[in-house]
Design a protein around this ligand. Structure first.
Ligand SMILES: Nc1ncnc2c1ncn2[C@@H]1O[C@H](COP(=O)(O)OP(=O)(O)OP(=O)(O)O)[C@@H](O)[C@H]1O
Length: 216
């Protein structure tokens, strides 16, 4: 994935300044910055550039609330099958698809909720369902917009490790500084639509991260 001088504006407001960024195969990247820094905007620009190879887990999960966890996770593979196959499977899950989704749900700690409606789940359970739908796409690249913001720190770490183990590359926006420092090869700091630093996880210090969150 590569952005060469791309920008993004809403009306007259430029929210992403010309950005030069390449995410290489094998890299797992954290995107950090204050609220409004441009993380979602940058992720969407990356997604537009690599939509056919990437699964996007958006900040507002986009789940279908009356449907079950099973159905929402299965939706990750809707584009792979024809309409009749999908309809039959959604009405009465095929054994293979059911086993695949059940295995994924188990890894996400959702086994006991597999056939519960998403509307009846906690915020963290809904978030894990959204991660499941993105994982089920089985794309090489995962783009996540604060995908672990609603779960506890230990679960967040395990989920990041699960996401990374199932994708060749990933870019994940997050506010958890400890996770950014401990779980990623590379950390990109954004401020007012500009890349302030782009460092390996080992080279980045907690002080550099903290500076991102201090008023100029
Ligand atoms: N649809 C939109 N129309 C107009 N301005 C927008 C729109 N979406 C985002 N913006 C503006 O673009 C800037 C960057 O927003 P963005 O959502 O990318 O930030 P963010 O770093 O993801 O924030 P957060 O951590 O709060 O999710 C903000 O100033 C925001 O107000």
């Amino acid at each position: 994935m590569k952005l060469s001088g791309a920008t993004l504006s809403y009306g007259k407001q430029q929210v992403i300044a010309p950005v030069h960024l390449e995410i290489n195969p094998g890299e797992h990247v954290a995107l950090v910055g204050r609220s409004g820094a441009g993380k979602s905007s940058l992720l969407n620009m990356l997604y537009q550039q690599a939509a056919e190879r990437a699964a996007l887990c958006p900040q507002s999960y986009g789940l279908v609330a009356p449907l079950s966890v099973y159905h929402n996770i299965y939706m990750g593979q809707l584009p792979r099958h024809n309409a009749l196959y999908n309809l039959c499977n959604l009405l009465r899950p095929w054994a293979t698809r059911r086993a695949e989704v059940a295995e994924l749900a188990a890894e996400l700690g959702l086994s006991d909720k597999l056939f519960s409606a998403v509307a009846e789940l906690s915020g963290g359970q809904q978030q894990r369902t959204a991660i499941g739908r993105a994982l089920y796409q089985q794309a090489p690249i995962f783009l996540g917009d604060e995908p672990v913001s609603s779960v506890d720190p230990l679960q967040a770490k395990l989920l990041i490790e699960l996401i990374q183990s199932r994708h060749q590359s990933s870019v994940i926006a997050l506010h958890n500084k400890q996770l950014a420092l401990s779980c990623f090869d590379r950390v990109i700091g954004l401020d007012q639509g500009k890349i302030l630093f782009d460092l390996s996880g080992d080279a980045l210090t907690a002080a550099q991260l903290d500076a991102l969150y201090v008023d100029a």
